[in-house]
Design a binder for this molecule. Structure first.
Ligand code: MN
Length: 242
């Protein structure tokens, strides 16, 4: 049996009205290439329906997307806050609480690491550029590919992330498509990677088998950069042993 990996979805507005729930193919391909069976988790379903789906999962991939609503971490909206999605926050916070409690493997990417941090009691910078003086350019830059290497991260020795990725001299080149970042780290989580400007780019819950968050987009790098493949391989392998 292949491990079933739930991938959270975005809400996509359609021209002329209507909505679509979906997620970038790169997440699906990265899970498939690592030996997992991906399933997209719809939004706007009852908690009972979400639970029924959750009970079939062996792993949870928290994907990228819009900003987490700041009231979820006790803050008022900053003027540079981007779009939010209350329904998506609800689904993702609910499944994340279940998964962490059950020690289900979680790979949290971009918005995912932010959501994971908020779910476990941490806070976010609502806009890096206006709240962190001297920060690097972390948001997507017009004209760059999604795999474009934007900056490096220093990976913390002894972390799951370090053991999995084995970065040369502890340094990894990564892409960067985010305007928010982890501010106060959730109780029980540890920092596993930082950008040269100090922005937190990796988190994990060390008492769990695999609860790993990264601020970059490894799913957009794996096609051209074998260094990121072990992240998905270890995630899916951990899910195999639910
Ligand atoms: Mn970054």
């Amino acid at each position: 049996m292949l491990p079933v990996i739930g991938i959270t979805c975005s809400r996509i507005s359609l021209p002329g009205g209507g909505e679509r729930f979906g997620q970038n193919a790169a997440y699906v391909r990265a899970v498939v290439d690592a030996g997992g069976a991906p399933v997209l988790l719809a939004l706007d379903i009852s908690e009972k329906a979400l639970r029924a789906i959750y009970d079939t999962l062996d792993g949870l991939l928290l994907s990228g997307g819009v900003d987490v609503a700041p009231h979820r971490y006790g803050e008022m909206p900053h003027p540079r806050l981007g779009d939010v999605d209350a329904g998506r926050d609800e689904v993702e916070l609910t499944v994340t609480h279940w998964a962490v409690a059950d020690d289900l493997p979680v790979l949290a990417i971009c918005r995912g690491i932010q959501l994971l941090n908020v779910a476990l009691g941490g806070t976010l910078y609502q806009d890096i550029a206006s709240q962190v003086p001297g920060a690097l350019a972390h948001p997507y830059q017009e004209g760059n590919s999604r795999g474009h290497i934007a900056h490096t991260v220093d990976v913390v020795p002894g972390s799951h992330l370090y053991r999995i990725l084995q970065p040369e001299n502890g340094v990894l080149p990564v892409n960067s498509m985010h305007h928010q970042a982890v501010k106060d780290v959730a109780p029980g989580c540890v920092i596993t990677a930082r950008a040269p400007d100090g922005i937190i780019e990796g988190l994990e819950e060390p008492t769990r088998r695999f609860v790993v968050g990264v601020q970059w987009h490894p799913e957009e790098m794996v096609a051209n950069d074998a260094r990121m493949r072990p992240l998905f391989a270890h995630f899916v392998a951990a899910a195999r042993w639910k």
